[in-house]
Design a protein around this ligand. Structure first.
Ligand code: HEM
Length: 375
């Protein structure tokens, strides 16, 4: 439990004593040093995201961009990236701000409320559906899908967590099929359907890739809003300092480094290779722990301090290399709009109880964050 609440002491110990650590249960090497993690993420020729490159089989119907590597992945990834960045992200986040303000108004008189359920979740779903351009599913039904996907990410640690993975894959596929059948104007789906190149690709591949975007967007926006808010409520003076525009920009990036909602990812060696003194064989799996790398003192002086004007700050919070996050720009704009709204809102939020973390490892997020506007 202590590791769920604060995994950083364990990461620090590994980084210093066993930076390339064999995890018997996961049957994987765990990397905790910044230089090692970045090298693995960068070097896709040696370190694959696509397990087919070491002989694994994958049903074509399940393929999406996150399961491929360059050059195969590049064509659809670039179409998706362009489509995402053409959506008018600032305006999209301002529409979400209007929702946020309406929710603040409704919640202002409550003794306390849970920021995760009342705000972070509905807002993450709203932004995601607006981006993708589809009618929103009910929050209750998507929360179930999200929980299943998030648990399955930890299956290496606890195999039973994959129990619902097939079901949730089908739920997400059905959601995307509905979205593609009835796209809303101005969203990514309508844009893709109008894109001639997308018609040369298998329909399921395009829909699955949109599903990957959908869940990546919902899950990280939800997780990040809670974790960032907690850090700022614990340090009200930092929230104040973020009123300065130059600190707001660098400070948000620093908050992503600090909270690292995506704690790690996996890659597989396509051939015999080395990282420092360690040798790996073809088929060896490594887990790059972004969150541990992001606190490596070799790369980040005073890594456990939140330094709003940290520079340079080439953190791995959004990954690195050919799989680097395609939604980073949206996430950074949304965090800026969210924090600005906290500054401009007449009431002041504060902690109203003990925050609780969900028992998850790969996507680190709070389950409950009780807050109040009443003082
Ligand atoms: C603060 C919020 C976010 C964080 C911390 C985050 C983190 C990450 C990280 C660490 C990766 C790399 C995974 C890997 O190398 O295996 C990644 C990839 C990805 N992210 Fe994000 N992300 C965020 C927001 C978003 C949003 C808003 C979207 C969609 C709109 C998104 C879509 C994706 C996709 C599709 C990929 C896979 C790219 C590929 O494999 O080529 N992310 N993200």
């Amino acid at each position: 439990m202590a590791t769920i609440v604060d995994p950083y002491p364990v990461y620090a110990q590994l980084r210093e004593q066993a930076p390339v650590f064999w995890h018997e249960q996961m049957q994987s090497w765990v990397l905790t040093r910044y230089a090692d993690c970045r090298e693995v993420l960068r070097n896709h020729e040696v370190w694959a995201r696509d397990w087919r490159r070491v002989g694994a089989e994958l049903d074509e119907d399940r393929l999406h961009i996150q399961l491929q590597d360059p050059p195969e992945q590049a064509r659809l990834r670039s179409i998706l990236l362009n489509s995402l960045n053409d959506r008018g992200l600032e305006a999209l986040c301002l529409r979400a701000r209007a929702d946020l303000e309406a929710r603040f108004t409704q919640l202002a008189d409550r003794e306390s409320f849970d920021f995760l359920n009342e705000i972070a979740a509905p807002l993450a779903l709203r932004i995601t559906c607006d981006l993708v351009g589809m009618t929103a599913p009910s929050l209750e039904s998507y929360t179930k899908t999200f929980d299943g996907i998030t648990l399955a990410m930890d299956a290496g640690l606890e195999p039973a967590r994959a129990d619902r993975s097939e079901e949730t894959r089908e739920e997400l596929a059905a959601l995307m099929a509905a979205g593609f059948a009835d796209p809303l104007p101005g969203g990514m789906i309508a844009d893709l359907l109008a894109h001639p190149e997308c018609h040369t690709m298998p329909e399921r591949y395009v829909q699955n890739s949109m599903g990957a975007i959908f869940n990546a967007s919902y899950s990280t926006l939800y997780a990040t809003a809670g974790s960032v808010l907690l850090e700022l409520l614990r340090r009200p003076e930092m929230l104040e300092r973020l009123r300065e525009p130059h600190l707001l920009k660098s400070g948000i990036d620093e908050l992503v480094r600090f909270v690292s909602p995506a704690q790690g990812t996996g890659r597989v060696a396509t051939r015999t290779t080395r990282l420092g003194d360690a040798e790996f064989k073809r088929g060896d799996v490594v887990i790059t722990l972004f969150a541990a790398a992001n606190r490596d003192p070799r790369q980040f002086p005073d890594p456990d301090q939140l330094i709003l004007d940290r520079s340079p700050n080439q953190h791995l919070g959004f990954g690195w290399g050919p799989h680097v996050c395609i939604g980073a720009e949206l996430a950074l704009i949304w965090l800026r709009v969210f924090i600005t709204c906290l500054h401009e809102w007449p009431g002041r939020l504060s902690l109203a109880g003990e925050p609780l973390y969900k028992h998850t490892a790969t996507l680190r997020h709070l389950d409950t964050l009780p807050v109040t506007f009443r003082h």
